[in-house]
Design a protein around this ligand. Structure first.
Ligand SMILES: *Cc1c(COP(=O)(O)O)cnc(C)c1O
Length: 236
């Protein structure tokens, strides 16, 4: 069996190759290790191999693992759907939230974060393929949401996250990521100071890197297949 450390090393080589092919600077793409449905011990193994950013989708599962790993200086990213009654612990226990898709959630995160902690880094989740996911703001509503979020001082608007419909066709992958990139550039043209384009997973990250991703969120290529229940993206 291949170890987590070996898979991480192989992944870094593939990320490097994709950066070079895309004419991008080596090291310009950050790896977020998506550890949902995997154990605290697996996270510890990845951390020992140099990985410091981890993404989780389910609050209670994440809190349990955070408790078991509190000796490690991990940077925690929340990437799952957000229920409004969970905003308080999410705002307190994560450094980043990638899945903000409506103003009510943003406002609740801001109030919960308060003024004592540093601003919570947030990405707006863009719905690029309505058939793949019910989560995410439509391209039409993106500027309005960005405007409202940017007026909340407890949040720091960093960029956009998207989960396009899975497809094996690389041209289709790129077309979807390209649309996300266009929305990202549009926001920047409107004056939003954004630096984060969070897109690409185990099966499509090279296409995402070709289209400008600078955070890719990779789970199974690091930790192996997920056990049954949490095996789908975005389930509630
Ligand atoms: C599970 C998940 C990932 C990682 O998916 P893999 O296919 O295992 O790489 C990335 N982003 C989100 C939002 C996820 O839910």
């Amino acid at each position: 069996m291949t170890s987590i450390g070996e898979r991480l090393q192989a992944l870094h080589t593939r990320i490097h190759d994709a950066e070079i092919r895309a004419g991008r600077l080596p090291g310009s793409v950050q790896l977020l290790a998506v550890s949902k449905a995997h154990t605290a011990d697996s996270i510890r193994a990845a951390f020992s191999a140099g990985q410091i950013r981890f993404g989780e989708n389910y609050l209670q599962e994440a809190l349990d693992k955070q408790l078991a790993l509190q000796d490690l200086p991990i940077e925690w990213h929340f990437i799952g759907p957000i229920q409004s009654n969970k905003t308080q612990p999410i705002a307190h226990h994560f450094d980043w939230v990638h899945s903000v898709d409506r103003i009510k959630i943003a406002q609740r995160l801001a109030v919960a974060r308060g003024d004592q902690l540093s601003p919570l880094n947030v990405c707006l989740q863009l719905n690029v393929s309505a058939e793949a996911s019910k989560s995410g703001v439509d391209a039409d509503g993106l500027i309005e949401l960005a405007t409202l979020v940017s007026h909340l001082p407890q949040l720091r608007l960093r960029g956009i996250m998207a989960i396009p419909a899975p497809t094996k066709d690389e041209a289709q992958q790129r077309a979807q990521f390209h649309r996300v990139r266009e929305s990202f550039e549009q926001l920047k043209d409107k004056g939003f100071a954004l630096d984060t384009l969070s897109m690409g997973m185990s099966d499509d990250f090279p296409a995402a890197i070709a289209e400008g991703a600078n955070i890719i969120r990779v789970g199974s290529a690091i930790f192996g297949a997920r056990p049954s229940v949490a095996n789908t993206v975005n389930q509630h």
